[in-house]
Design a protein. Structure first.
Length: 483
């Protein structure tokens, strides 16, 4: 690990690694929002830093070419993007590559996976020097200050690090009080690639696409969700004005027309209504499309918000239905009833909002019969799109702790923790049977000729376009016959 003894020109390289995106959503290329946030914060914190963001996806860089780019830049610090568990190993591979080029390079990782397994990561992987735990902006800035010799790493809250084969874990860092104080994401670091970011299934291959973070955390505590612990069970919101500022900045500066709100739970109510007004006030509502995730109970309880959302350009909502079983929903600590999900999807359709559902199979009580019941429930629910997922014990969740304690986990390959691979059996099904049931769920939904024809000729323009894209790309056939 390198220290620079006060050298102001420390070179920082953020890397979005080469990876394969989730096949279920078709062909898409998202901007690397996490490292763009970090890069923007570091730049504001210390204008003397030499910062580069390398997005291997957008630039078409494979692993061999990446080695050359790292060597050419000569970074003092390499920080790979590794948000999700299934892609965590790619961050390790980048760290290994950086150390191969220059063993003195400081390698830093963060995100939900490494926060949950910080000490374990340092014990197993010598190529990692520092793990930033939890919220990264202030912590990373202080780590960089320490590397410049301004203070010791042991004084930085929220990190775990190795020095001379000794692993040190410092106290947790308090969360940032006001998210509006953060700088706008550093999209200018990837300005040349901005036109390449797109989501073909949702908005078409030629529609510029940006991510917007409107809040951090969630007020709920679903047992399978890793967000709760990562954000310390707190929910902090950006102001409607700040969110709309990010919309307008990307719209004006980069020509962005499709916006994905990254929040696991955006929340509806007065704040949402104010955001709708802010977007309309800027005169861009008729020229954009945006997407968000919401809870079914919020949709029902705040249904008067839906027309305002639609008028402000929101066309697509993903809602977590998860299960048809009250008992399973209770075991997930979900806090909703199946009847509420049905009402939520009825309201979305009435509001001309494309309605996507997520469903989970593989809970401990699941059997062939219960999953067959889920498929029947989904047919009755009739969402515009349905995504079925295998219950996955992500590190940092209450469910992971329970599964590990009880010996339920049979697959420890982190690359399989993508919700498309069955990781555990249930009380009634083997892991292979859970996997097969997942395939049956996809085949049952997307293999329906009636649903396909209804989608292809729907009165809803977005649904019609989406199903025609899926048909052109062979997505339906791939889902029907996958594996």
């Amino acid at each position: 690990m390198r220290t620079t003894n006060g050298d102001p020109s420390l070179r920082i390289l953020f890397v979005e690694p080469p990876k394969v995106f989730w096949f279920v959503m078709g062909e898409y290329l998202p901007p690397p929002l996490g490292i763009l946030n970090l890069a923007a914060y570091l730049r504001r914190h210390d204008s003397n830093l030499d910062i580069e963001v390398l997005d291997c996806q957008a630039e078409g860089i494979d692993w061999r070419a990446l080695e050359g780019r790292i060597e050419a830049f000569g970074p003092d610090v390499v920080a790979p993007s590794s948000l999700t568990t299934c892609n965590a190993y790619r961050g390790l591979r980048i760290a290994e590559l950086a150390k191969k080029i220059n063993p003195d390079t400081t390698t830093i990782v963060g995100g939900q996976h490494y926060t949950a397994l910080a000490e374990e990561t340092l014990e197993i992987y010598p190529e990692i020097d520092v793990v930033v735990r939890g919220e990264g902006e202030q912590t990373l800035a202080e780590v960089i200050d320490a590397l410049k010799g301004n203070h010791n790493l042991s004084q930085v809250k929220g990190i775990s690090f190795r020095k001379n084969r000794t692993i040190t874990t410092t106290p947790d860092r308090p969360l940032i009080e006001n998210l509006d104080d953060l700088p706008l994401p550093g999209y200018d670091f990837v300005e040349k690639q901005m036109k390449k970011y797109h989501f073909s299934l949702m908005a078409g291959a030629n529609t510029p696409y940006a991510l917007i973070e409107a809040s951090r955390g969630c007020p709920h505590d679903c047992s399978f969700c890793s967000q709760c612990a990562f954000w310390q069970w707190q929910w902090r919101l950006k102001s409607p004005k700040r969110i709309a500022d990010e919309f307008e900045y990307c719209y004006t500066k980069f020509g962005t027309r499709f916006f994905w709100l990254t929040d696991d739970n955006f929340g509806l109510g007065p704040r949402t209504r104010e955001l709708c007004g802010e977007i309309q006030k800027r005169g861009i509502a008729d020229d954009i499309m945006w997407f968000m995730q919401a809870r079914c109970d919020d949709i029902v309880n705040q249904q008067d918000t839906l027309p305002l959302l639609r008028k402000s350009g929101l066309m697509w909502i993903l809602a977590g239905v998860e299960s048809h079983s009250p008992e399973i929903l209770k075991s997930f600590n979900k806090g909703i009833e199946p009847s509420m999900s049905k009402e939520a999807f009825r309201l979305l359709k009435l509001s001309d909002i494309f309605a996507q559902a997520t469903l989970i199979i593989g809970s401990r009580s699941d059997s062939h019969e219960t999953i067959r019941g889920l498929r029947a429930y989904v047919n009755d629910l009739d969402p515009d799109l349905a995504i079925f997922m295998a219950l996955t014990p992500f590190p940092g969740t209450a469910f992971y702790d329970e599964a590990k304690r009880n010996g339920w986990i049979e697959d420890t390959n982190w690359a399989h923790y993508d919700m498309a691979h069955a990781i555990m059996p249930t009380e009634h099904l083997t892991r292979a049977e859970v996997q097969e049931e997942l395939y049956h769920c996809f085949r049952g939904f997307y293999g329906s000729w009636n649903r396909r024809m209804t989608g292809l000729f729907s009165r809803n323009k977005l649904k019609r376009r989406t199903y025609r894209y899926m048909a052109r790309q062979g997505v339906l056939q791939a889902l029907r016959g996958m594996f």
